[in-house]
Design a protein. Structure first.
Length: 572
């Protein structure tokens, strides 16, 4: 027993700690005790929180009315408060090929009508019934929702349970069937789930988990991957097309949230065929350039830039072909059409002056802790513009958007030393309209998976709520499970007056300044001009107004944030 004097010291020491900090201290002390004091069986004892915190699980839901989603979200919040890492997903969006990689997998699913699965869950349901999987390492359980007034009460959940048994998976908690009043039974089922995780981890010595050491940069190491997922995040009727692309590799990818990846796109085959037709050169003719050697067709497809040529390249072309060409930039196919080469031999010289295709950089939208080290995600907006009165698209965004699942893709990791998350207990303010959401999906996934306890505030904007709310379901889940402390949305075209993220910042000026002045880090991601400039101008105004500073003092304050690494931008 602790003495009265010691108890007073402890009360005095802990009196200013928040509830969250006290929970952390409890787990920390339990870990220390467990490390030093073995139990009667030779294993180390530990507190439930410390042991459970060492595990992670995947929780998926299949819903039609929304009950399964609401319930699964609440259960995920309970688990996270106990230190469990939870990957929460709608089965309609869950990548079924990830099943063999899972260790703990739990399903919350309802039954509709005459024993039918929810419509959004039908693809998942059909897949597991039409395929024979081998899942000997998977531990699972099913929470089935239904209505006992129907004869096929909870049939979908029972069917899912039966299929997982057939796959050789281990049922760690028996299937739980719930009637319309499901809360009590569901909570009891999930308590058993958490107990399973606790029992699993208490078999090993409990130590306070140290953060994994950051991997050393690998320079320009090239990874050879495969496209696992390629979906348009914009809904029908949108003016935009924004692709969420997941790339899988056989080897671990050394990256961190805040990094980017470089991709060299290929040229469109139909454009290359048009160039060959205009010049009359043989597609299989071997040419040696300063950077590569290969057939004309392969060089034009994979190595040489033929889009929006530099004015310096156009000048070299004019000299080679002895033509007067204005100082301009244009695609090679247009140059050949308007100012044709004399013959195939002359075009061979043209090939040798073409520049290599430059890699395009894309912010990483995934987290190794949340999504695994053998895959990486990016968010790509299809860049559309008019050229020569013709609709054109950005080379790489069109190339990536058109890649079907299963396509090979080579990339490298570009390390960013500055655009990085702060310590786990520090607050973060993220401002990322449009594809600026990408690194912040990475940040939030990382903070969720690693149990970071700092607050998170996200400002997101796009054109329309209905068609352009990128990663809407995931972001809503982050809000519902407490990962996102605050979110402010700006959909510019949903009202007569255009509203952007900087307007939302001004509306929350006092609280925003309070966060920053208390130590929060500020991150901006997205287009450089005008977005990032407008956002910075708003920040300066907020610092000046709420901090009662002159314009020069506000600039000095922001400059100090930069020096401290608390104000970073990833803009393009």
């Amino acid at each position: 027993m602790i003495g009265e004097a010691r108890l007073k010291e402890l009360h005095a020491f802990l009196k200013d700690y928040s509830a969250e900090e006290l929970i952390w201290v409890n787990g920390y002390l339990s870990g220390l005790v467990a490390k030093e004091k073995p139990n009667g069986n030779g294993a180390t004892s530990t507190a439930a929180h410390a042991s459970v915190a060492a595990k992670k699980l995947t929780l998926v839901f299949g819903t039609e009315t929304g009950n399964s989603k609401k319930l699964a979200t609440n259960l995920a919040a309970i688990a996270k408060k106990k230190g469990v890492q939870v990957k929460l997903a709608d089965v309609s969006q869950y990548r079924i090929t990830d099943l063999p990689k899972e260790e703990y997998f739990f399903v919350v699913i309802s039954t509709q009508g005459e024993g039918e699965p929810p419509i959004p869950a039908k693809k998942f349901y059909d897949y597991i019934h039409e395929n024979e999987l081998k899942l000997p390492n998977l531990k699972y359980s099913v929470l089935a929702l239904g209505d006992s007034s129907y004869p096929m009460f909870c049939k979908t959940g029972e069917d899912v349970d039966a299929r997982f048994k057939a796959f050789g998976a281990t049922e760690v908690v028996p299937v739980q069937k719930c009637d319309v009043d499901y809360e009590e039974d569901a909570t009891a089922w999930f308590e058993k789930v958490l107990q399973v995780l606790e029992q699993k981890t208490t078999a090993a010595p409990a130590e306070v988990a140290a953060a994994p050491a950051a991997k050393k940069p690998v320079g320009k190491k090239h990874y050879h991957g495969t496209v696992l997922t390629n979906v348009n995040l914009n809904d029908r009727g949108s003016n935009k097309a924004t692709f969420h692309i997941e790339i899988g590799t056989d080897e671990p990818i050394a990256y961190e949230p805040g990094d980017t990846i470089g991709i060299v796109p290929g040229n469109r085959p139909e454009v290359v065929d048009r160039i060959l037709s205009l010049t009359g050169i043989a597609a299989d003719k071997i040419i040696v350039t300063a950077k590569a050697e290969g057939t004309v067709k392969d060089l034009l497809l994979h190595n040489l830039n033929i889009c929006y040529l530099l004015s310096s390249t156009v000048k070299k072309y004019a000299t080679l072909t002895q033509q007067e060409i204005p100082d301009t930039r244009m695609d090679l196919v247009d140059l050949l059409r308007i100012y044709p080469v004399k013959d195939a031999d002359q075009f061979e010289d043209v090939v040798k002056i073409l520049m290599p295709i430059a890699p395009r950089l894309y912010s990483v939208a995934s987290s190794p802790a949340a999504h695994g080290e053998n895959e990486i995600h990016i968010t790509v907006a299809k860049d559309a513009f008019l050229s020569q009165d013709e609709q054109r698209f950005g080379l790489c965004s069109e190339f990536l958007g058109d890649l079907p699942v299963g396509s090979p893709l080579t990339f490298y990791v570009h390390k960013d030393k500055n655009f990085k998350l702060p310590a786990a207990d520090k607050d973060v303010i993220m401002i990322g309209p449009g594809t600026g959401v990408a690194p912040f999906r990475s940040f939030l996934s990382e903070r969720d998976a690693t149990g970071a306890n700092g607050r998170n505030w996200f400002f997101f904007g796009e054109q329309h709520f209905v068609t352009d709310f990128l990663y809407q379901t995931e972001i809503q889940n982050f809000v519902q499970t407490g990962v996102l402390t605050k979110i402010d949305l700006a959909f510019s075209r949903d009202q007569q007056e255009k509203i952007y993220v900087q307007h939302r910042m001004q509306q929350k000026a006092a609280e925003l300044y309070s966060w920053i002045d208390a130590g929060a880090s500020v991150y901006i991601s997205g287009t450089k001009d005008p977005m990032s400039k407008d956002v910075e101008a708003s920040l300066l105004n907020i610092i000046s107004t709420e901090g009662k500073k002159t314009e020069e003092e506000a600039k000095a304050y922001l400059e100090q944030l930069k020096k401290e690494g608390r104000y970073e931008k990833d803009v393009y």
